[in-house]
Design a protein around this ligand. Structure first.
Ligand code: B12
Length: 434
């Protein structure tokens, strides 16, 4: 009897203590994802701070890729932070540097030095002012949440008013704020809650976090583990990991939610960068409390047995690889019923099976350049379509080009989504909430 109890005790200690709700993914999956992140680092690509943050949270600090990425981040910070970077991008830089045990207040590279925290404070103040006057931020509520989280973690001023504004937004009756954004709001508010004394603010933050997290738990129950779509899971799990006291005594079935993630094969570095911290139970909230002296995980470089599907299954739905000669027909429409001269044009496009939607857009443009011209901008998630038929999306008036398959909004961008034969894709000029 004593032996059994001892074994259970040892097992509990190994799995992280007596808290039965905590989940951690299998080591093989964690090292495979770390390997994918390391593989995404390159001297020719713009550095992605979310990738560095995720590597550090998952314990992969010693790799060459990590060191290269840190240097690129420092150089990019001194070159661009002050100017064209958005508040959320600066916040991600701050979080990445904190997780690398660097001081964001004093970033030195290329013979220059910059205080990223001060830059972030200025940009956050502008976001909050816009939220207060126009009811919307300059960029996105997701970004403002990153801002508040980063400022809270470094204990610089400015995050409390951002957190209060965010709490009010998620508590607005009938708001349509996405799961992803509400999840990021949770981490910002949980951090702030730990540092404010004023009871009325604490009550507001408590109410906002418990409302959002209970909604997530309800959705998970209804949808057998899923919260939002498959790409929302990373940030949603991070939110639930940081907030158990806000939904207590309710318990979170983390195993059920983790299973949803295990059943998906993530390829995009950005998607992995949001999921991996959750899988090792190290949400962004812990970016400033990592043990910088600890031994880190080894990279899985040579261990191909861990990633059998990496090379072959670019198609996340697991369908068979197409033969090189097969082609598919895609019906593509572009619609603007919102602004200026309205238009509605359609075209039938033939592309090799397995092509991305970006290829469909390119073929449509080649066939009818006057009608189907388009522009993309590179982002952390890949190419984003910012203009079609000369009509440009404008973040200031909340317009963007939304992509649909039939009537359903796509859950991936044009750089990764692969249409099937006879699919009807629409690009609709839309006004959004973000
Ligand atoms: C806000 C937001 C938007 C806003 C961005 C407006 C703005 N100026 O900020 C709008 C509404 C325009 C938008 C559009 C789309 N989005 Co969006 N978006 C987000 C959200 C909630 C936060 C992004 C953010 O602010 N990040 C913080 C800043 C600091 O980082 P950033 O890298 O600078 O952010 C930029 C990019 O994220 C980019 N962006 C936003 N969404 C997308 C989607 C794609 C495919 C690309 C390439 C770029 C991109 O816009 C941001 C500002 O410039 C994320 C959620 C998440 N989990 O990350 C989803 C998210 C990135 N979006 C997603 C999707 C699917 C789309 C759409 C394809 C939806 C559709 N059916 O049309 C479109 C893009 C279509 C196109 N034209 O190419 C998915 C991407 C999944 C994937 N595997 O690619 C996410 C993860 C949401 C989800 N769970 O489904 N989005």
């Amino acid at each position: 009897m004593l032996g059994v109890a001892f074994t259970i005790g040892v097992l509990l200690a190994l799995t992280g203590g007596t808290d039965a709700r905590r989940c951690v993914a299998p080591e093989a999956l964690v090292s495979r994802m770390l390997g994918q992140l390391e593989g995404s680092v390159s001297v020719t690509e713009p550095p992605n701070p979310s990738v560095l943050l995720a590597m550090n949270l998952a314990g992969g600090r010693d790799s060459d890729a990590n060191k290269l990425l840190l240097r690129q981040i420092e150089e990019e910070a001194v070159k661009k932070a002050q100017g064209k970077m958005t508040s959320g991008q600066v916040a991600l830089y701050v979080l990445a540097l904190l997780s690398s045990c660097q001081k964001p207040q004093q970033v030195q590279a290329l013979g220059q030095s910059i205080d990223l925290v001060r830059v972030l404070q200025q940009k956050t103040d502008e976001e909050v002012a816009s939220l207060e006057t126009d009811g919307v931020p300059i960029t996105s509520l997701f970004s403002v949440s990153l801002d508040a989280l980063a400022l809270c973690l470094v204990q610089a001023g400015g995050y409390e008013s951002a957190a209060v504004a965010l709490a009010r937004q998620v508590l607005k009756p009938g708001n349509q704020i996405s799961v992803d954004t509400r999840a990021m709001v949770v981490q910002a508010l949980v951090c702030t809650y730990g540092h404010v004394d004023l009871q009325s603010v604490r009550d507001l933050l408590w109410k906002a976090v418990s409302t959002v997290t209970n909604d997530f738990l309800n959705e998970q129950e209804r949808r057998k583990g899923q919260i939002g779509n498959i790409y929302s899971m990373g940030v949603a799990l991070q939110a639930l990991e940081t907030s158990s006291k806000f939904y207590a005594p309710r318990e979170w079935d983390c195993a059920q939610a983790f299973n949803v993630v295990y059943n998906h094969d993530y390829h995009l570095p950005m998607a992995i960068a949001q999921v991996l911290p959750a899988l090792v139970d190290k949400p962004y909230l812990q970016a400033a409390s990592l043990d910088c002296t600890a031994h880190t995980r080894t990279s899985p470089d040579q261990d191909f047995s861990l990633s059998p599907s990496l090379e072959t299954s670019q198609d996340h739905k697991g369908t068979a690889a197409p033969t090189l000669t097969a082609t598919i027909e895609v019906h593509y429409s572009i619609i603007n019923k919102l602004q200026g001269a309205h238009f509605n044009h359609s075209i039938q496009v033939e592309v090799p099976a397995g092509s991305t939607l970006l290829r469909v857009l390119k073929v449509a443009e080649e066939k009818e350049p006057d009608t189907f011209s388009f522009k993309t901008e590179q982002s952390s998630w890949g190419p984003m379509v910012v203009s079609i038929h000369g009509l440009a999306a404008n973040p200031r008036d909340r317009t963007f080009w939304e992509f649909l398959s039939g009537k359903d909004a796509l859950e991936e961008g044009v750089g990764t989504y692969k249409p099937h034969d006879m699919e009807h894709i629409t690009a609709n000029f839309t006004k959004g909430i973000w």
